[in-house]
Design a protein around this ligand. Structure first.
Ligand code: FES
Length: 135
């Protein structure tokens, strides 16, 4: 037998022995979803918990408390917020307070706040009148 005679026999043998695979099947449409089935067990984890009540607005409650009675080296500071560090308040009017550790350890940032020596990197701006004087 020659090779030409073996070709049809090989083809018949191939069709009988090899099971049909997806390559020979007509593709069917499948329904897709956007759900992440990998995290399917967690899909309710981020829902609002009804037992916590109505959600509140994020951020500061009642908004920022502005203090308009602030001066740094005699310059009035518009828009100073009570609780901000004195270094931040001074930056608003371009008065630079030198800092080093910013942890309250070194004393590089010492300023006078209403006549008292304080560390500007650690001291929050009070809600009342504040006079800051650099040294
Ligand atoms: S930067 Fe060191 S105490 Fe403020």
């Amino acid at each position: 037998m020659t090779r030409l005679h073996l070709a049809p026999l090989f083809l018949i043998l191939l069709l009988v022995v090899v099971p049909p695979t997806g390559a020979f099947l007509v593709p069917t449409t499948t329904k897709t979803t956007t759900a992440l089935y990998f995290f399917g067990g967690l899909k309710d984890a981020f829902k609002n918990d009804e037992s916590l009540g109505k959600a509140k607005d994020p951020g500061l409650s009642g908004g920022p408390q502005y203090n308009e009675q602030v001066t740094v080296n005699g310059k009035a500071v518009p828009g100073a917020v009570a609780g901000q560090k004195l270094t931040v308040v001074a930056n608003k009017v371009r008065v630079r307070i030198p800092v080093n550790c910013q942890k309250g350890d070194c004393g590089t940032c010492m300023v006078l706040l209403n006549g008292r020596k304080v560390k500007a990197c650690q001291t929050p701006l009070p809600a009342s009148k504040a006079t800051i004087q650099t040294l």
